[in-house]
Design a binder for this molecule. Structure first.
Ligand code: PLP
Length: 448
């Protein structure tokens, strides 16, 4: 599907088309209504950054299965690795037996994780499992039981990770009491912080809240096992914490014997133009959690920890499917594609998009902020640039309009649109996306 002549969308029916409509109708009858579908895309196949729906319409995918297909859809090297492995050995359970791929991927992840010392790797199947592992590991190692997390961050939906998640109330509503001893602090908001857009103020305010309020009035830091943070918020709105905040947080953790856990489930695996968002700030988390882009779409996650931190004993934690041989083969192939140019491409094309959109705040009255690193870029929509009142409906209209023009996008947070394409997109595709988005914003603004 993705060839030199076919790199851009091609729509041949009204949307949704007749086949898509039938599938959506059947889906309504049987699939969990908890899923949030922003628009009616029914996918049949994908190649590179293109997705074809069941009616033959071709879309440019700037959502990448929620920032998952880092190497694009069905990258030939990933497909070949999956096919080879599936014909050899599909499952063995790495928690009870050994196989070479698990060791190879463990060594590779340990080598690329920030920090020079020895590391150990725990494999799970999803982002939330990596976070659960980090929580249990932190309690086990420190013999402390409390955690500090941040407003706006998303860490998953199982009951442990959900206790940290503070992104949208609907994600917690009616799920009862969660883990006790989880505290939340404000995330340093460089756009809406009380003192404006200066990152150093946002960092100082957020740090002061932890040291002067939380640690003095609510919880003694000596009781905290770990601070868990997304260095760049994903679901919360594609907002990066200032580097000085992350470095201060690291110092604070060291001072009080608290483990620093970086949730890089969304920001990791090269999406920001480096392997990890933590590298942009120069921090070395004690535990780093990653998933999404790790295996180009096969279910796999990892919690990578300093070796001395992962000191739990046999039987303490495990998962039947975690580190499945086929997912691991896909991951090894993915890592190869990433280091052979896709990460550098993410940095280059990300910069291209930021340059092409640099004047959007002047050209569009509803664009409040454009921010990002590599191919993790957020556009925040507001009713008024001065008051920064959020404009969620307008954001949603832009996403819907882009779909109608063949560009797949997702929202993040209340009023931000995220740009998270496969890391292998080229300049022509980025240019198409920028021009399409520009037109969609103009359309949505003129309907105000
Ligand atoms: C930063 C972050 N952490 C954790 C998760 C949970 O991952 P999963 O949905 O694979 O459980 C997500 C998912 O979006 C995420 O973005």
């Amino acid at each position: 599907m993705q060839t030199a002549e076919h790199k851009l969308p091609h729509l041949i029916t009204a949307l949704p088309g007749p086949q898509a409509s039938k599938i959506i109708e059947r889906d309504r009858g049987v699939i969990s209504p908890s899923y949030t579908r922003d628009y009616p895309l029914v996918a049949r196949r994908g190649r590179g950054a293109l997705v074809e729906d069941v009616d033959g319409n071709v879309f440019l995918d700037f959502a990448a299965g929620i920032a998952v297909v880092a190497t694009g859809h069905c990258h030939p090297k990933v497909v070949a690795a999956i096919q080879r492995q599936a014909a050899e050995l599909i499952h063995m359970s790495g928690t009870d037996f050994y196989y070479p791929g698990m060791v190879e991927l463990g060594e590779k992840l340990a080598a690329i994780a920030p920090g020079a010392g020895p590391k150990r790797v725990y494999f799970g199947n999803s982002g939330t499992e990596a976070i659960e592992a980090a929580l249990k590991m932190a309690r086990y190692h420190t013999r402390r039981d409390k955690f500090l997390a941040f407003y706006g961050c998303f860490h998953g939906r199982t009951l442990g990770s959900l206790s940290l998640t503070a992104s949208k109330a609907v994600q917690r509503k009616r799920f009862g009491s969660l883990l006790a001893g989880v505290f939340h602090a404000p995330y340093p908001d460089t756009y809406r912080g009380a003192r404006g857009v200066r990152p150093e103020y946002a960092a100082a305010d957020a740090l002061a809240h932890i040291e002067d309020e939380l640690f003095k009035r609510i919880v003694d830091p000596e009781e905290i096992a770990a601070v868990v943070i997304e260095p760049i918020q994903g679901e919360g709105g594609y907002m990066a914490a200032p580097a000085e905040f992350l470095r201060s947080l690291e110092r604070l953790c060291r001072k009080h014997g608290i483990l620093l856990v970086a949730d890089e489930v969304q920001s990791g695996m090269g999406r920001t133009g480096k392997w990890w968002a933590a590298e942009h700030a120069g921090i070395e988390p004690d535990i780093l959690c990653t998933a999404k882009g790790i295996a180009s779409g096969l279910p796999l996650s990892a919690a990578i920890a300093r070796a001395e931190v992962m000191d739990w004993k046999a039987g303490a934690h495990a998962s039947t499917f975690g580190g499945n041989p086929v997912a691991i083969a896909a991951s090894l192939a993915t890592l190869g594609v990433l280091e052979d140019g896709a990460i550098a491409n993410a940095a280059r094309i990300g910069e291209f998009i930021l340059q092409r959109t640099a004047d959007w705040r002047e050209r569009h009255t509803t664009v409040g902020d454009i921010r990002g690193k590599g191919l993790m870029i957020g556009i925040e929509f507001v009713r008024d640039q001065r008051t920064r009142e959020r404009a969620p409906e307008l954001r949603n209209r832009v996403i819907e309009a882009a779909f109608r023009k063949g560009l797949l996008l997702l929202g993040a947070g209340e009023n931000t649109l995220r740009i998270c394409p496969p890391l292998v997109i080229d300049e022509e595709q980025a240019d198409f996306a920028v021009r399409t988005l520009d037109a969609c914003i103009r359309e949505a603004e003129s309907a105000l």
